[in-house]
Write a protein that binds this ligand. Sequence first.
Ligand code: SF4
Length: 333
Amino acid sequence: MKRAEFWKKIKGRKVQCELCPHYCVIKEGECGKCKVRKNVGWKLYALNYDYPVSTNIDPIEKKPLFHFFPGSKSFSIGMAGCNLRCDHCQNYLISQKGSEEFCMKKFKVIDVVKKAVESGCKSISYTYTEPLVSYEYIIEIMMLAKKKGLKNVIVSNGFINPEPLKKLCEYIDGANIDLKAMSDEFYRKNCGGRLKPVLESLRLLKKNKIWLEVTNLLIPGKNTNEQQIKKLINWVGENLGKNVPLHFSGFFPTYKLSNLEPTSKKILNKSLKIGKEKMKYVYVGNIRDEEGENTICPKCGEIVIDRSGYEIIYNKLKKGECLCGKKISGVWE
Ligand code: SF4
């Protein structure tokens, strides 16, 4: 555990955490909503520091990032805890528990970076749960990773305050942000969060020129109304730009929504079609759909990157350009 950043002391030996928009007021001996930031002796500590719960080497396509060093490997690391309470969480076994509920193996900052370099990874991804609640650990890994020539990728819900995010932006190279729905009611009811701070984070990442892709998980009957989908596409197009890749992802029954059906191909294909009317790069994921996984040149219509699941079948891009000369937005070799 390490002394946390972004908090203040308040009366009665309580502390207030200022890392995310929950602004938890935490009594001595207790944790905030994310279960990984604890008031110990009237000081806030980050319990996850040096203790991840999951590490893997993943294809970057799994994040998903489709326009960021395609075909590269990313050393992926996840810590316990999350500041949202999504009914549909696919990683609830680690995200909805605090660090104190796990028996974790120490993985020091220096060793994480060393392992990523040794395993031939291009980047480190902070993923699986909500990485930003493990702020102190990830920022130190990011700083060292940069020095060693690695890229940093966050896969996040974007529910963080602007000040800490701004500081983190100095070290982030790529981000996939989960925009759950274009509805504050959805965020409040299904996730225990709010929409506005997520939109602010997206704008901030864009402003700081971080390579950004957006994912929207389509949950049947919850956020699949055509008007809602259009609203989300329009917001992304107007605020982040038409070049931002948008991933519509299929839902599988899990956690508190085990009673629902998986997202149908029809819903995903409809979203893909609506998305393509406004945006240049739209994808469908979590379902086998060869067409919805490919990157298509917006000028000549050729497939420039052919994918099958997380695998690249071919990549025709030359210095980020299609053979017709059109520049494809992204971060390429
Ligand atoms: S980061 Fe955790 S402790 Fe801090 S305000 Fe958010 S939920 Fe509360």
